[in-house]
Design a protein. Structure first.
Lengths: 461, 224
C-alpha cells in the first residue's frame, strides 16, 4: 500500500530565517515553479560545484535526470552525488521558483537493511552542508522531525550518520504527532515500499515527487502516518522525557511473549514493548497529557494517562520517568484485559486470568478491584520496569548509573491498593519484594524523588 | 535599639510559626505527607463546608461534600446528596424460534448512544465451560448463532478499553436482540447523603488523627 508523506513542506517555514537563497521551496503564495533548463543546470554545476565540494560532495553530472513532479507539468532536476560518508545516499535537487533556481542536498541514511521498507534518516542541507530539515523514518513512516537547537556546542566529532557537518548535539528530535494544518503544502515525497531498499550510485531507485498547489496557494490534504502515540504534555521537561522513551521504542520489536510474573521473568525493556505495541496497533492510541489532579501524581483511564501538573513542577526527572513507566503498564494491562484478541495477545490474557483466579482478584471489576489486581500483577514486572528506568536514566537522565538497587526500588512505587475500610495499603507484591527495612528504604527513595528533596539523585525537571 | 529588634524578630517568628503550625481544621488534610499514586484528602473551608476525594491512579475517585462542624472531640460530616453514577445497562428483547439454532444480535453503545466500534465480546458456554472471543464490527453490531439448548445458558462479557466491563447471562432458548450501553471508566463515584461522626484524637501542628465508629484510626497531614 502506498503511503504518502509530507516531506519538504516544513522546510519552508524552518528555513525562513536561514539563507533565503538556498531554499528550494519558498512558499507563501505558492510561487510559480518551472523545470530548470539544461543551460541553467550546467551553469549551476560550473558556479556551485566548488561550493558543493566544500561539504565533501562529489557530483555526477553525467547522471543528471529529471523526475516527474506529479500534479504538475514541470520536473524536478536531480543531480546524483556522493558524500564522504559511504552509507549516505545523496543527491542535489533543483527547481526554479519565481524565476530563481533553488537547490538543496537530500541525504538518505539507512539504519536498517532488514526490511524492504525504509528505516533511517533523511537530512536536507544547503550546498554548504548547513542543516535545513530532517526526518527519522521507521518502515516508511515519518515519526520524528529533526529540529536545529537554538544553541549547541559543535563537538569535534560529528555523527557521520547525518551525512553532513551536522553533529548529534546540534539537533533535537520532535515527534510528528499531528497533521500539519496551516502551512501550505507544496512539494512532497511518496515513499513506496522497496524504493529505498538499495543504495549506492548510480543504481539507486528514486522516490516519487509530488507537487501540490499550483499558482494560487491551494492547501492540500496529505495523509500522514496514523497517529498512535499522542504526546499532549505541555510541561516541556516531561514532554521531552516521554519523547526520549518513545524514540527508543521505535526500532523495538514486541517481545515474542510476556512471561508469567513468576520472578523468572527475563529482564526486558517493558516501556519499549508497550509503546511499540500502541504504535503498531491500527486500532488503539496511547495518549499522555497533564492537568491539575487533585492530590495524586497520575491517573490512567483506558489508554490515556494524565500526569499532575503540580507533581511535574516539583518532581525529579527520574521520578517522572518512573511514573510514566508505571502508567504505561496500566494502559497495557487495560488494553489486554479489554481487547486482547485485537492485539493478538490472548495468551497473555490467559496468564493474567490464571494469576487472578489463583489469587482471588477481579481484573474486570470496579476501578478499585482492577487497581488491586493490576498492582499485584505488576509485582512480577518490577525488574522490567526498573530496567526501562535504568535504560532511560543512563541515556537521558542523570547519565550515570545510580545502581540497580536504586532503579529497582523506584520501580516499586505505586504498588498499593485500597482496602475495605478505605485505607490505602501496600500490596502483597510490594511486601514480598523487601523486608521491612527494604520497604522503608524504597518508600524513602520514592518520596525523595517525587519531592526533589535534598537526598534525591535524579535531575531537576 | 537592639532589644527592640530582638523583640520584633521574636514577634515575627512567632507569627510565622503559629501560622505554619495551625491547630485548626481549615485547609487540606491528606493521608500522606507526599504526592503519591493515590490520595485521600479532606478540604475544610472557613465557611463550614468540606469536600472529600479518594482515588488511585486508575480513576474512579470517591467524592463527597457537605457541611462539617466540631463538637467537643468529635468531627461531624454531613455529606450532601450528589448526582448519582450511571451504571452500564442493557435492553433485551426476544422471539421464539422453531429452528434448532438460535441467534443473539448485539449492538453496543456508550451512554450517549454512540457506537463503540470493535467492541469485544468474551462468551462462555456453560455446557462446555470454554471461553471464546468475538469482535463486533465498526458499527458496533454483530450476531452469534448457537444450537438451541433451553436448559443451558451462556455468559457474555462486553469490553472495550476505556469502558467498564459488562456481563450478562442468557438462556439458549430464544432469539435475542441485545442493546448494551457501557459507562466510561474512571468516572467519579459519589458518596451518598449521610452523616459521619469521627473522633478527633489529635489536632495539632498540621496533623490530624481521627477514629471512626469501627475504631479504625487514620492520620491526616496538612498539605498546604
Amino acid at each position: 500500500m502506498k503511503k504518502t508523506y509530507l516531506l519538504l513542506i516544513l522546510l519552508i517555514s524552518i528555513v525562513g530565517c536561514e539563507k533565503e537563497e538556498v531554499n528550494l521551496l519558498e512558499t507563501k503564495g505558492l510561487s510559480k515553479i518551472e523545470t530548470v533548463s539544461k543551460e541553467d543546470v550546467n551553469n549551476f554545476i560550473k558556479t556551485e560545484f566548488n561550493s558543493s565540494k566544500k561539504s565533501g560532495l562529489t557530483l555526477y553530472p553525467e547522471q543528471i535526470y529529471l523526475d516527474t513532479l506529479k500534479n504538475s507539468d514541470e520536473s524536478l532536476t536531480i543531480i546524483p552525488a556522493q558524500s564522504k560518508y559511504s552509507n549516505v545516499n545523496s543527491r542535489i535537487l533543483l527547481l526554479k521558483v519565481n524565476g530563481k533556481i533553488k537547490q538543496v542536498v537530500f541525504n538518505m541514511i539507512s539504519t536498517s537493511e532488514e526490511s524492504d521498507e525504509f528505516t533511517g534518516r533523511i537530512i536536507v542541507t544547503d550546498l554548504d552542508g548547513n542543516f535545513l530539515t530532517g526526518y527519522r523514518l521507521v518502515e516508511n513512516n515519518f515519526v520524528t522531525q529533526y529540529v536545529k537547537k537554538n544553541s549547541s556546542n559543535k563537538s569535534s566529532e560529528c555523527d557521520p550518520n547525518y551525512g553532513s557537518n551536522i553533529c548529534d548535539n546540534m539537533l533535537e528530535e520532535v515527534i510528528i504527532t499531528t497533521k500539519p494544518s496551516s502551512p501550505v503544502m507544496y512539494l512532497y515525497l511518496n515513499i513506496d515500499g522497496s524504493n529505498f531498499n538499495s543504495f549506492g550510485l548510480p543504481a539507486m531507485t528514486e522516490p516519487t515527487w509530488y507537487f501540490d498547489g499550483g499558482s494560487g496557494g491551494t492547501v492540500s490534504t496529505i495523509t500522514t502516518a496514523p497517529i498512535k502515540i499522542i504526546n499532549e504534555l505541555d510541561n516541556i521537561c516531561a514532554s521531552l522525557i516521554f519523547n526520549q522513551m518513545y524514540l527508543s521504542s521505535l526500532n523495538t520489536k514486541l517481545p515474542e511473549k510476556i512471561r508469567n510474573p513468576d520472578n523468572k521473568l527475563e529482564v526486558f525493556d517493558i516501556t519499549n514493548g508497550i509503546l511499540a505495541l500502541f504504535n503498531q496497533s491500527s486500532l488503539f492510541d496511547y495518549t499522555i497529557n497533564n492537568r491539575y489532579l487533585s492530590d495524586k501524581n497520575a491517573s490512567t483511564i483506558g489508554a490515556s494517562t494524565t500526569l499532575s501538573t503540580d507533581y511535574l513542577n516539583k518532581a525529579t526527572q527520574l521520578s517522572i520517568a518512573r511514573t510514566m513507566i508505571h502508567e504505561m503498564v496500566h494502559a497495557y494491562l487495560n488494553l489486554t484485559t479489554a481487547n486482547s484478541p485485537q492485539i493478538d495477545n490472548t495468551n497473555f490474557y490467559d496468564l493474567m486470568m490464571a494469576f487472578a483466579r489463583e489469587n482471588g482478584f477481579n481484573p474486570s471489576g470496579t476501578e478499585y478491584e482492577r487497581n488491586k489486581f493490576q498492582h499485584e500483577f505488576m509485582g512480577g514486572y518490577v525488574k522490567a520496569m526498573a530496567y526501562s528506568l535504568f535504560k532511560w536514566d543512563i541515556n537521558h537522565g542523570t547519565r550515570t548509573n545510580l545502581g540497580w538497587d536504586y532503579y529497582y526500588k523506584m520501580a516499586t512505587a505505586g504498588l498499593i491498593y485500597k482496602d475495605n475500610n478505605g485505607i490505602w495499603q501496600d500490596t502483597d507484591a510490594f511486601n514480598a519484594l523487601f523486608d521491612e527495612v527494604g520497604q522503608s528504604a524504597a518508600k524513602k527513595i520514592i518520596n525523595n524523588e517525587a519531592n526533589n528533596s535534598r537526598d534525591a539523585k535524579g535531575s531537576d525537571c | 535599639m537592639r532589644k527592640v529588634l530582638i523583640v520584633n524578630f521574636l514577634i515575627l517568628f512567632c507569627t510565622i510559626s503559629c501560622a505554619a503550625q495551625k491547630n485548626n481544621l481549615e485547609g487540606k488534610f491528606c493521608n500522606s505527607k507526599y504526592t503519591q499514586d493515590y490520595a485521600t484528602c479532606f478540604e475544610f473551608k472557613e465557611n463550614g463546608r468540606f469536600s472529600y476525594r479518594s482515588g488511585g491512579d486508575m480513576g474512579g475517585d470517591e467524592v463527597g461534600s457537605g457541611k462539617y462542624y466540631k463538637k467537643d472531640k468529635s468531627l461531624i460530616l454531613n455529606y450532601e446528596k450528589r448526582n448519582l453514577y450511571n451504571l452500564s445497562y442493557h435492553k433485551a428483547s426476544q422471539s421464539i424460534t422453531r429452528n434448532d439454532s438460535i441467534t443473539y444480535h448485539f449492538n453496543v453503545r456508550n451512554l450517549d448512544g454512540k457506537p463503540i466500534s470493535n467492541t469485544v465480546i468474551l462468551y462462555k458456554d456453560f455446557s462446555s465451560s470454554k471461553s471464546h472471543w468475538f469482535t463486533l464490527d465498526e458499527d458496533a453490531e454483530g450476531f452469534l448463532n448457537f444450537d438451541r439448548a433451553p436448559n443451558d445458558s451462556i455468559e457474555f462479557r462486553f469490553s472495550y478499553i476505556g469502558y467498564n466491563f459488562y456481563t450478562i447471562e442468557l438462556r439458549k432458548d430464544y432469539n435475542y436482540y441485545i442493546d448494551v450501553f457501557l459507562t466510561k471508566d474512571g468516572q467519579e463515584m459519589p458518596i451518598d447523603q449521610h452523616t459521619e461522626t469521627l473522633e478527633i484524637i489529635t489536632l495539632k501542628n498540621n496533623f490530624l488523627k481521627l477514629k471512626n465508629k469501627k475504631g479504625i484510626v487514620t492520620e491526616w497531614f496538612n498539605r498546604e
